[in-house]
Ligand binder design. Structure first.
Ligand code: DX5
Ligand code: ZN
Length: 216
């Protein structure tokens, strides 16, 4: 099983967006995680298209866009145009999740779906064959720097078992409170990709911290 780290730009220094993106670009991280918040689905507002485009210019790595917005189907094509490689929307936010995933695929990106801590894995059963990735939230979405919720480990195991029958190539990503302290257990539970904001950008040496997560 592959191990992917996706540093979250939400914890980057927005005054030095290019510098921080280039740091990820030369690091061992394979994805760049981009958190888009609308102030409605979550009680916080982050950034949108212009910032995504600026990040796109500074890296060739996979741009992993996490939409925390209501009615994501209105905007997914524009995120693909702005440079997203993966577009992940929230199951709780989409009127028609299957149609939203199809729209993302037709626009040329890989569709992902995310579930909040209170949403059970079983709610994904119908949608699994239609998506390339599931993002399991291990904190309430909205803010970086929160504490990891250990229940996410069981969700990853349950999802891996469910996917074995329905979507064997499914990528499982986990987001929230991840560091080298819990990364090893998450990879072992069946996660392919781990998002890390505070752990990476709060470290004295972010590139070393990325390696620590990968090797944990
Ligand atoms: C939270 C975001 C996360 C956040 C993770 O809503 O989806 O991607 O940036 O930050 P840390 O790793 O600090 O919990
Ligand atoms: Zn995220």
């Amino acid at each position: 099983m592959q191990r992917i780290v996706a540093p979250s730009m939400l914890s980057a220094d927005f005054g030095h967006l290019e510098r921080d993106t280039r740091m990820i670009d030369r690091s061992a991280a394979r994805w760049v995680h981009i958190d888009v918040m609308d102030g409605v689905f979550v009680p916080n507002i982050s950034f949108g298209f212009p910032v995504l485009k600026a990040i796109r210019k500074a890296t060739a790595k996979c741009l992993d866009v996490h939409l925390m917005i209501v009615r994501p189907e209105r905007y997914v094509e524009r995120f693909v145009e702005a440079g997203a490689d993966i577009v992940t929307f929230h199951l709780e936010a989409a009127a028609d999740p299957r149609a939203c995933a199809a729209l993302i695929r037709r626009a040329g990106a890989r569709p992902g779906v995310s579930i909040k801590p209170a949403t059970p894995v079983g709610a994904l059963r119908e949608l699994l064959p239609e998506v390339d990735l599931v993002l399991v939230m291990s904190v309430e979405p909205g803010f970086g720097g929160q504490q990891f919720m250990p229940a996410a480990l069981d969700k990853v195991r349950e999802l891996r078992a469910l996917a074995a029958g329905l979507r064997p190539e499914l990528l499982i990503e986990v987001d929230g409170g991840i560091s080298s302290r819990n990364a090893g257990a998450l990879y072992e539970a069946g996660a392919d990709a781990l998002v890390a904001g505070n752990a990476v950008f709060g470290a004295a040496n972010p590139e070393d911290e990325i390696l620590n997560i990968l090797n944990s």
